[in-house]
Design a protein around this ligand. Structure first.
Ligand code: SAH
Length: 361
């Protein structure tokens, strides 16, 4: 049953927690204890130094905003998680170990308003935005589950590629990034954070001016407006030209090279489509991730063959455009956005109330 969402400690910076602690009549040092507890992702009862009077005075706040209710281990160390939020809604996240560090992929919304044809997240539309602390909570939960701590993190990189369109939840997502990159917080470098968007030009201009040197990734998936409109409703609002122009501004303003996600389908891998892609991006400082589409239940869109992916990568390289073929990590465990959640719900799994679960499942 859907309940009202509760406030969480992780929505706040240390300075804000300090102000609340003082306002509620407790000494200042208590704020550091609450802050540390929230980053170690332990519940009030798990703390040895927080007195009952303090946790009771904060009973209007939860300290574990996202609980792991299901966990699936896949190939190559990938783990996929389902998180239960305080209003009993569910989002998902993924842990992907790499040789350069470990990445977590988190959700920014419950559902999504953008309705891309190949994506499982938007099947039932947008349910709600996540708060900054709910996004951070997913990272903290995985860090704890993988035996990481605040100073010895199990996680080095974060990608906003779970369910939701991050730029549709702009204010909360920016705040999440400021919290997770703050020196007294997890202190993750903005360079290790990737924000993936379906491409909303005015928000990209705004993001470029935030002075956060993160990695911006645009989900392009087609090289002509006509083709893009067939798979991404957003393409009816903004032309590819306007999206690329905004991405170019992002690069010139931040010095951060923009990536484009390009899923290979029958349509997008045709010779003409690749010619158009080359014309669109040749000479620009960009990177293209060629993606193999993960099949989604109830969606008929098909991916193209591996051999074609290699050919396309070569054509792009010959034109001076750097490209990689995305390892299809996680496809064995419903890796693509929204899939695990949809299967969980479709299989009729009963969800107990938030309060009945422990922190990490
Ligand atoms: N809304 C954002 C972020 C979420 S999607 C965006 O559009 O970028 C993260 C990436 O996964 C996007 O590139 C998206 O297009 C891709 N994706 C979604 N469904 C997929 C599927 N079935 N197979 C492969 N990639 C998929």
């Amino acid at each position: 049953m859907i309940e009202e969402r509760k406030k969480c400690i992780q929505d706040h910076s240390l300075e804000e927690i300090t102000a609340i602690v003082l306002e509620r009549g407790f000494p200042k040092f208590r704020s550091q204890q609450i802050f540390e507890l929230s980053l170690s992702y332990r519940d009030w009862a798990e703390s040895s130094n927080i007195p009952k009077s303090l946790s009771e005075a904060f009973s209007d706040y939860v300290i574990v905003p996202a609980k792991i209710i299901s966990k699936v281990n896949g190939n190559k160390g990938v783990t996929k998680y389902l998180f239960l939020l305080t209003d009993n809604s569910i989002v998902e996240g993924v842990y992907l170990p790499n040789n350069y560090g470990n990445t977590v992929c988190v959700s920014s919304q419950v559902g999504c308003a953008r309705g891309c044809e190949f994506c499982a997240s938007g099947i039932n539309g947008l349910i709600r935005d996540l708060s900054p602390g709910e996004i951070l909570g997913q990272v903290l939960a995985i860090n704890r589950e993988k035996n990481g701590t605040k100073n010895n993190r199990a996680i080095s990189n974060v990608v906003l590629m779970g369910s939701g369109e991050p730029l549709d939840n702009y204010v909360n997502v920016i705040r999440f990034i400021r919290l997770i990159t703050s020196e007294n917080g997890l202190n993750i470098s903005p360079r290790n954070i990737t924000l993936s968007t379906c491409g909303i030009p005015d928000k990209i201009y705004k993001l470029a001016k935030e002075e956060i040197p993160l990695t911006l990734t645009i989900s392009l998936h087609a090289s002509s407006d006509i083709d893009r409109q067939k798979i991404m409703p957003i393409a009816k609002v903004y032309s590819i030209k306007d999206v690329v122009k905004a991405a170019d501004f992002y690069y010139s303003n931040t010095g951060r090279r923009v990536s484009y996600e390009y899923a290979l389908t029958e349509l997008s891998s045709k010779n003409e489509s690749i010619d158009d892609l080359v014309k669109l991006l040749k000479g620009k400082q960009v990177h293209i991730n060629l993606i193999r589409l993960n099949p989604v239940r109830g969606k008929s869109i098909l991916g193209s063959e591996d051999k074609r992916a290699e050919e396309i990568k070569k054509i792009l390289g010959d034109n001076g455009i750097s490209a990689t073929i995305r390892r299809s990590l996680g496809s064995d465990i419903d890796g693509a956005c929204g899939q695990l959640r949809n299967h969980f719900l479709a299989d009729g799994k009963k969800i107990k109330d938030f309060s009945e679960y422990s922190v990490i499942g």
